[in-house]
Design a protein around this ligand. Structure first.
Ligand code: 6PG
Length: 467
């Protein structure tokens, strides 16, 4: 019997995807460029579950036709080099799927070149980390729909399931799947930073003990903030360092790493005139965190505000922080989904926003209960340009804005930095301002550069002799 699918790239993610496929009844062929990882996987499974191949040709020959090959190799050049080695061994109608965090423009280039050779190519966003890959990730496939149909029975089976529905849906043509995954990661960056700022308020402003903060996150996780990132934050806060017995978080160096997908999200937003300020601020917060030495030196030189100690009623403020976090998250997701909408309109992708929210409910890192509300908002109004104005969200934010304002003001007046919470508030206030100060900027541009301006009361383009 021939193998029904092949997996190339047997790092943790690739091995787990292969095991996931095997556990769902697929006959899985596996191959890795170096044999050590193949051997490790075989040892781990006793050679029972997946079938190892050590020559690419044998691996390809073992697959039923049309062949379906899933790549889980490092994004960038390695993907091109695997594709180059595979192409001479494939036939028309075969399908290559890239499940890595590839840049969507690379995916489009690969798609075009393989399509010209009659080989189907799917760029597949996968979210959920190692555990998701093994037990069910969120899957965002992009490419030709008929090519997707060939792989759909396997992809929907290995995806996370929520309420009996797979967290896998056809996203759109060419690089659309990887684009959706990229912005997912941008939202992930913002969500993580917002949580970190809420934690900072509880710890540094309310001076709560860390275990109590963990309890607060647990409680929040029972309500409308329920999400994977809130859940793991509670667990992280409880974890003690084996060496010192201190909370582990207190001995972790405060420099955030990144692999690039959040940066790509911001670059794409900037290139296309998409106001993605919270996501971009969360990226800058990571960059600023990396300047550890400079920050440590500046701490000794730069003054903060003179603050009067004032009593803050803990229960009142804990709830304000909850509201601030919820509203910050809504603003961040609103930016991410606006980026989907604007890019979809630009490229004619017709991204299924309602379904994207649904497949994010399981498996992925940003899985959260309020994705149900996001999905409902797009269900009611498929061409909704911004989630903030969806009636249910607008109503909620009317109630929560005061919490966000108070938390940001309190933080700022104490000299604590809240980059994403304050940016979320600015975004909300800018978005709801019908008449902004951009008129002054237009006047300045016209003053020094004769760049012209439009008027509110007449059609046309105007220039004033300002001098
Ligand atoms: C996921 C994650 C995953 C990952 C990224 C982001 O959806 O499963 O987003 O893709 O953790 O590598 O990590 P960085 O923070 O390193 O950019």
């Amino acid at each position: 019997m021939r193998n029904t699918i092949g997996v190339i790239g047997l790092g943790v993610m690739g091995s787990n995807i292969a095991l996931n496929m095997a556990s769902k009844g697929e006959q899985v062929a596996v191959y890795n460029y170096t044999r050590d990882l193949t051997d490790q996987l075989v040892q781990k499974t006793g050679g029972q579950t997946v079938k190892p191949y050590y020559e690419l040709e044998d691996f390809v020959q073992s697959l039923e036709k049309p062949r379906k090959i899933f790549l889980m190799v490092t994004a960038g050049k390695p993907v091109d080099s695997v594709i180059d080695s595979l192409v001479p061994l494939l036939e028309e109608g075969d399908v290559i799927m890239d499940g890595g965090n590839s840049h969507y423009e690379d995916t489009e280039r690969r798609y075009d070149s393989l399509k010209a050779k009659g080989i189907g190519y799917l760029g597949i966003g996968i979210s959920g980390g190692e555990v998701g890959a093994l037990k069910g990730p969120s899957i965002m496939p992009g490419g030709d729909r008929d090519v997707y149909e060939k792989a759909a029975p396997i992809l929907t089976k290995i995806a996370a399931q929520v309420g009996g529905d797979p967290c896998c849906v056809y996203i759109g043509p060419k690089g659309a799947g990887h684009f959706v995954k990229m912005v997912h990661n941008g939202i992930e960056y913002a969500d993580m930073q917002l949580i970190a700022e809420a934690y900072t308020f509880l710890r540094e402003k309310l001076l709560l003990p860390i275990d109590e903060i963990a309890d607060i996150f647990d409680t929040w996780n029972q309500g409308e903030l329920k999400s994977y990132l809130i859940e793991i934050t509670a667990e992280i806060l409880r974890k003690k360092d084996e060496r010192t017995g201190a909370p582990l978080i207190d001995v972790i160096l405060d420099k955030t790493g990144q692999k690039g997908t959040g940066k790509w999200t911001s670059l794409q937003a900037v290139d296309n005139g998409i106001p993605s300020s919270i996501i971009t601020e969360s990226l800058f917060a990571r960059y600023l965190s990396s300047l550890k030495d400079e920050r440590t030196a500046a701490e000794k030189v730069l003054a903060g505000p003179e603050t009067e100690e004032r009593h803050l009623d803990q229960n009142v403020w804990i709830d304000r922080v909850r509201q601030a976090l919820y509203m910050g998250k809504v603003c961040a997701y609103a930016q991410g989904f606006a980026q989907y909408k604007m890019t979809s309109d630009l490229n004619g992708w017709n991204l299924p926003l309602k379904d994207i929210a649904l497949i994010f409910r399981g498996g992925c890192i940003i899985r959260a209960q309020f994705l149900n509300l996001i999905s409902e908002a797009f269900d009611k109004q498929p061409d909704l340009s911004n989630l903030l104005v969806a009636p249910d969200f607008a109503e909620k934010l009317k109630e929560y804005q005061s919490g966000l304002r108070k938390v940001v003001c309190e933080g700022i007046s104490s000299g604590i930095s809240f980059p994403c919470l304050s940016t979320a508030l600015s975004y909300y206030d800018s978005y709801r301002t019908g008449r902004s100060n951009a008129n002054l900027l237009q006047a300045q541009r016209d003053y020094f550069g004769a760049h012209t301006y439009e008027r509110t009361d007449m059609e046309g383009v105007f220039h004033t002799d300002w001098h």
